[in-house]
Design a protein around this ligand. Sequence first.
Ligand code: ATP
Ligand code: MG
Length: 354
Amino acid sequence: FDLKNEDLVDIQELGQGNGGSVKKVEHLPTKTHMAKKTVLIDAKPSVRKQILRELQIMHDCHSKYIISFYGAFLADPNICICMEYMDRGSLDGIYKKIGPIDIDIVGMIALAVLEGLTYLYDVHRIIHRDIKPSNILCNSRGEIKICDFGVSGELINSIADTFVGTSTYMSPERIQGAQYTVKSDVWSLGISLIELALGRFPFSQSDSDDETDSDLEGTLSPSSMMSGLSLADLPVVSEDGTSGEGGGGAGYRRQKKKKDPAAAAKKDKRKSKGVSLQGGGMTMSILELLQHIVNEPAPRLTEGRYPKEAEAFTDACLKKNPVERMTPKDLLEHEWIRTSRESTVDLEAWASTF
Ligand code: ATP
Ligand code: MG
């Protein structure tokens, strides 16, 4: 593709992030649909050109777990990055729409992300640096791919200068100023997977939106009534969950039946164990969150609610000491990932349910 801005017509706005905005566009000469990311870069022309040069590495990234790159160009004062359009969007949008994602699907997402990270690192020595649900995309063929990885040091610098958001998938060592390694991506993956399985960001009890709040209210009251039972009750539900695990293609079907009570009990249990930082539904500040990540135990999938291997996997991702944390490549050999590789769950069918 020889991409020029005038050949691209806007079709739809896909979303806004810290760095810029993303639109679905059509490349008129080839009738190709693309996702065009526009990033405002407040930098000298020489720096912009450097960024553009660095982005060209993406032309050499070929993996079914990585978003394809069509090209990048300058459109002052912006840099436009054109990439493969993923028609089911990102996983944050998906779980916000359909609720907690079935653990068998989460396992297949984990597998895809690990394959993508391993490819980037082994073949190109690229560390992703921004693994989170909004950077994991899905299409109607049931493919899961990662995007927005840190290929350009200059781009990272330029965006960091203007960064104001909540970098909440950051590992403890990153928060403490250590160098970024491929293991920091593993931490971010662990947080992301728990978020998908729970249907909410694992560090916060209540989100800012009303929907989650009312959901919390609604589920807390009935499960609070069982709170005396809830701990003893958990293994029963877990056995049930484990026995349904080999359910193959119907994996996503169980979600409605099981994940809702699971999520409710999870919230309840968290509350009783005092894992949450929040009192009275207050959202913690970014500083509190960063302190929490460094000082408190890492989040976990509720014991007994999910397959043992899934719990062991997220625990392995969320070792606070990076020395103890495994690399993406090592994690590809993990029991849960082996199971996911052999799973007969149909991601294409799943992707047609939302
Ligand atoms: P941040 O800026 O903090 O990284 P973000 O990832 O949500 O957050 P963007 O990368 O700008 O921000 O993306 C905005 C939204 O656009 C994403 O949430 C995603 O839903 C959508 N999006 C991004 N790339 C694509 C793509 N290739 N295909 C389809 N949708 C996309
Ligand atoms: Mg993104």
